[in-house]
Structures are given as structure tokens and as C-alpha cells.
Design a protein around this ligand. Structure first.
Ligand code: SF4
Length: 345
């Protein structure tokens, strides 16, 4: 028996995310006395959610689904790091090591999708956490989510870096049989140094591309997002070309790209990481990221280069999958001769 008093005296009910935030505010993450530490050293706190569908604005879709919060993949550029602050946790170590598991997520989603008012709008899965981070092998919340989405004939877009998505190709096929369904595998680069440095908890990029091959072979509409391309790490012409070629070689149905942006807690985390690990690069990042995006000319150059390579290797561009905000010009406008595109980074 634990000698520590339990923080949550809620019977069998798991705490809500609000209760978690209050507990962490009062006592730090060590106050999560019920969080289970697993072999990967991360701590998993089961929570109760009131809603599974999350309404968003300014995106190409209106609804997002995230069965987990936090992500043990721990990518240093992850824009979702800043969301962990909403739970009174930090965007640094806590984001990758304290994971909230929405235990009742599938049941809540099922009830929401059964409402007559549900209009079967497109939902995006995996926008604030990876739905196929390793713990999914235990909880199978993403699989359950896809099953209820298939039953409700809801269109789905799913973003992941997890090859485990191949496990669910049967359910993805079910979704696809009654509504549009697309899997976006995130592979910003196949450069091994950049991968090890920037995405420490993820599967090898080629393993992710092999997963794309398996999904396509199973008839799933699957392609690759080179997102984000990180200046100085994955933006050189040779790295972009090797990556686009590998994506084409693995049969991806499409490719899209986006350059890293930095905001709030993500910005703080990334700049600290650069200062600690690559101090000589810090001035360059500071000048490139005066605002949350690098200058438009830089982004256009990168996108133009990728677009030329897409054409060279016979890939279809996926402009609506690049993360562009509505109204922004897309890569389709930015064709340029690669020889004319010079990168300072
Ligand atoms: S896999 Fe996605 S959600 Fe997870 S840390 Fe990396 S970018 Fe963030």
C-alpha cells in the first residue's frame, strides 16, 4: 500500500484535465500520485474528458481529436509543446514525459457522433499530440477512435510519426469506404543527424516511409508531410532532394511541406535547446525568427525548392496539407528553378 496520500479521492472516476491542472499548480507534477510510470520512464496520468471533439478556427478543418496530451516523441520543434502549459506543466521535459491519457475518449466521442446535429464535418486526428506514440499500443484509443469515426461515416485526416498506424490499416480502410480518409505521415527529413537531434523519441524516418508504403499497398490514401523543415538542420538542397526522392521511392501518394514556426512555449523551449546544444547557431535563429515565422522570402524559397523536387520525382503536391493558413499563398505559386534558389542555410 502506498504511504503517500492519494491526491485524487474520486472513487473509480479519473480526474478531469482541470483537476489535473489545479493539482499540478498546487504541487508540481510530483503531485500526480496516480500517474503510472512505464518502461519508457514517462508518467501516464489517466484523465476523464467531457468532450472528445475540439472545435478549432482558422484551419482547413473545424474539429480536432486528441486522445492523449503530451508526446513522448519529444520533437524539439513541436508546436504542441506550448499547449502543455494549459495544464500548468512546462513545455520542456514535462511535455515529453507526463502524458495525459483520456481514458473515456472513445465512449465520449461515440456519443457526440451519434447526435443528430453531427454534420459529419472533417475531423483532424493528431494535431496536438501523436495518436500513435508508443502508449497507443497499450490503450488503443486511436484505434477505438477510428472505429467510431468509421461507424459515423465521418471524413478523417490523421497526422502521425508513428509506424504503428499500419496496425490500423483495416479500420482506416473501413473509414475510407464511406468517407474521405487521408493519412499524413510526418517525415521532415531523412537526414539521420537531424532526426536524432530534433526528434529523439520517434521511429527512424525510413521506418516511417516503409509504413507509408504498407498503407498505400493496403489501398489507404497516404502521403508525407515534410513538416516542419527546420532551417540549418534539414533545409539544404541536398537534404531536401534526398528526402523527396526517398518519399517518391516509397510510393507516397502526395507530399507537402512547411517551414518550422515558433510560438510561445515552443519558441522558449527551442531557443533554450539551441543555446544549450548549438550555441553558434543561436544568432542565426534569432535573426530568422524575429516573428513566429521566418521571413516570407525564406519560406517561399524552401517551398519552391520542394515543389521543383516534387515534380522531378513525379510526386503529387498536397497543398491543403501543408499547414498553410487560409489566404496564405501555397507552394503551387512558388515554382522556381532550383539552380536559382540560394539558401543561406
Ligand atoms: S510526434 Fe508530433 S506531437 Fe509528438 S512531439 Fe513530435 S511533432 Fe509533437
Amino acid at each position: 500500500m502506498s504511504v503517500h496520500p492519494l491526491l485524487f479521492d474520486l472513487g473509480s472516476r479519473k480526474p478531469t484535465t482541470r483537476e489535473i491542472a489545479h493539482a499540478v499548480k498546487a504541487g508540481g507534477v510530483t503531485a500526480l500520485t496516480e500517474a503510472e510510470r512505464r518502461a519508457d520512464e514517462a508518467r501516464y496520468q489517466e484523465v476523464t474528458c467531457r468532450s472528445a471533439l475540439n472545435r478549432v478556427e482558422g484551419m482547413p478543418f473545424n474539429w480536432t481529436l486528441n486522445p492523449y496530451r503530451g508526446c513522448t516523441h519529444g520533437c524539439h520543434y513541436c508546436f504542441a509543446r506550448r499547449y502543455h502549459v494549459q495544464f500548468e506543466m512546462n513545455a520542456d521535459d514535462d511535455f515529453a514525459s507526463v502524458i495525459l491519457v483520456k481514458r473515456n475518449f472513445v465512449e465520449v466521442l461515440r456519443r457526440q457522433l451519434e447526435r443528430p446535429s453531427w454534420a459529419r464535418e472533417q475531423v483532424a486526428l493528431g494535431t496536438a499530440t501523436d495518436p500513435y506514440q508508443p502508449i497507443e499500443g497499450h490503450y488503443r484509443l486511436t484505434r477505438g477512435t477510428l472505429e467510431v469515426l468509421a461507424r459515423s461515416r465521418t471524413p478523417v485526416g490523421l497526422v502521425t510519426k508513428g509506424p504503428m498506424v499500419v496496425r490500423d490499416r483495416d479500420v482506416l480502410a473501413l473509414v475510407q469506404s464511406s468517407a474521405p480518409c487521408t493519412v499524413y505521415m510526418s517525415v521532415p527529413t531523412i537526414d539521420e543527424d537531424a532526426w536524432r537531434i530534433l526528434e529523439p523519441g520517434t521511429a527512424h524516418p525510413l521506418q516511417r516511409l516503409r509504413a507509408v508504403r504498407e498503407l498505400v499497398d493496403a489501398g489507404i490514401n497516404a502521403g508525407v508531410l515534410m513538416a516542419p523543415i527546420v532551417p540549418g538542420f534539414s533545409s539544404s538542397r541536398s537534404k531536401l532532394e534526398r528526402t523527396v526522392k526517398a518519399i517518391a521511392d516509397h510510393g507516397a501518394r502526395f507530399v507537402g511541406c512547411n517551414v518550422m514556426y515558433l510560438q510561445d512555449g515552443t519558441r522558449t523551449h527551442f531557443m533554450r535547446f539551441i543555446e544549450r546544444e548549438f550555441p553558434s547557431m543561436k544568432p542565426r535563429f534569432e535573426s530568422l525568427y524575429v516573428k513566429k515565422y521566418p521571413p516570407e522570402t525564406y519560406r517561399k524559397e524552401v517551398k519552391a525548392m520542394v515543389q521543383v523536387l516534387q515534380k522531378r520525382y513525379g510526386l503529387t503536391a498536397r497543398e491543403d496539407a501543408t499547414g498553410d493558413r487560409p489566404g496564405e499563398r501555397s507552394g503551387a505559386d512558388l515554382i522556381a528553378d532550383p539552380e536559382q534558389v540560394g539558401f543561406s542555410w
